[in-house]
Write a protein that binds this ligand. Structure first.
Ligand code: UD1
Ligand code: UDP
Length: 351
């Protein structure tokens, strides 16, 4: 088979790494990198650390409003797909790069393969929700990480070629965990003690683009005495600058640049708690058995909420503080598959 994979944002590089490794054992894969993420610590570092083959096409689309960013991707991806005429096109998750890849292929009657299909927050104000719904509805093969995702698709009458194969991010964590513990020196670099800090990531538009939400989140952080480490996403950094908000005033907060995957796995595994609005980080907290506090009104990863393994708090200061100080001792279950999602995807495609 000749497969085109379209990726462009940080979490997609991580998701593509294990699948690409298995795909290339028997098939030809061409990678299109849209350039949605372009800073070296948002893109290049992942290709290097995870041994992802260099993209065959780099579109350099960069940042911009949704229409312009997605539109540019559409035009450029279409040219390549027409030229390469692949047997199918693979997309991951729910970013603008996902939607662009899916839409191009569907219009050209090339089967779309959606990995991490069926997730729903039921909040159409989120750009990710629009991207997921649209992508699922034009996909030919839908690889879901959970049973909830399968049910979500059923409720939208999508039942053909829908498979629960587990989560490719779990594959990635299992593959890289040991390497991370051997290679990462991030705890020493920032004088962090094992289980002596909380890890923070905040970047979703529903928080960063809403001043009141950001003010609440930061007020909560300023009331948490423990050490907090925050590898800050460029979106959040730029937004806070535009609001004139300075993070230096928050006690015991270490703001650092975005880190590579191996450092991130180490930061996650050694954290006392993880406070996040990221989709991927909620799951990784679960894989690592580290309690998570999710600063959003909804989560697509509802299974993680059982027994308070993940506590959904929105942006209320009191709820954030209560969840961060709550003693929890959840039973972690194998709800994201067995770490062989990538092999299952390739086997099913070969059939
Ligand atoms: C995108 C996804 C989001 C995902 C996130 C993963 C969409 C609509 N959103 O959000 O679902 O959770 O990626 O991280 O696709 N920027 C840089 N350098 C970079 C990349 C971005 O400075 O390398 C800054 C720019 O100011 C840019 C902003 O971040 O305007 C937002 O980037 P964009 O790719 O539009 O969305 P994300 O917030 O990263
Ligand atoms: N991540 C990383 N370095 C960081 C922050 C996150 O490697 O500084 C990884 C994280 O481990 C996870 C993925 O990026 O695998 C999550 O991506 P992100 O939070 O940007 O997006 P989302 O999952 O919310 O779409």
């Amino acid at each position: 088979m000749k497969i085109i994979t379209v990726i462009g944002a940080r979490p997609q590089f991580i998701k593509a790494a294990p699948v690409s490794r298995v795909l290339r054992e028997k098939h030809t894969e061409l990678i299109i990198h849209t350039g949605q993420h372009y800073d070296s610590n948002m893109s290049e570092i992942f290709f290097e650390e995870l041994n992802i083959p260099k993209p065959d096409y780099y579109l350099a689309v960069g940042s911009g409003h949704h229409g312009k960013q997605t539109g540019e991707m559409l035009a450029k991806i279409e040219e390549i797909v027409l030229e390469e005429n692949p047997d199918c096109l693979v997309v991951y998750g729910d970013t603008n790069s996902t939607l662009a890849g899916a839409l191009v292929a569907a219009k050209l009657h090339i089967p779309v393969i959606h990995i991490e299909a069926g997730l729903r927050s039921f909040n159409k104000k989120m750009p990710e929700e629009i991207n997921r719904i649209m992508t699922d509805h034009v996909s030919e093969f839908l690889f879901c990480p959970t049973n909830t995702a399968i049910e979500n698709l059923k409720n939208e009458n999508i039942t053909h070629n829908v498979f629960n194969i587990g989560d490719v991010m779990y594959d990635a964590v299992l593959y890289n965990k040991k390497l991370a513990s051997e290679k990462s020196n991030i705890l020493n670099e920032h004088s962090l003690e094992e289980k002596g800090y909380h890890l923070i990531t905040i970047h979703r538009a529903e928080n960063t683009d809403n001043l009141e939400n950001m003010q609440n989140i930061l007020e909560a952080f300023s009331k948490i005495d423990d050490v907090k480490v925050w590898p800050i996403h460029p979106r959040t950094k730029h937004k806070l600058e535009s609001y004139g908000i300075k993070l230096e005033e928050i006690p015991n907060l270490k703001v650092i640049d975005p880190v590579g995957y191996l450092d991130m796995l180490t930061l996650e595994a050694s954290a006392k708690k993880i406070i996040t609005d990221s989709g991927g980080v909620q799951k990784e907290a679960y894989f690592m058995k580290v309690p998570c506090v999710t600063v959003r009104e909804q989560t697509e990863w509802v299974e993680t909420l059982e027994e308070d393994a993940n506590i959904l708090v929105g942006t209320s200061v009191d709820k954030i503080l209560e969840a961060v100080s709550k003693d929890v001792n959840p039973m972690y279950r194998e709800i994201f598959g067995d770490g062989h999602a990538s092999e299952k995807i390739v086997e099913l495609l070969e059939k």
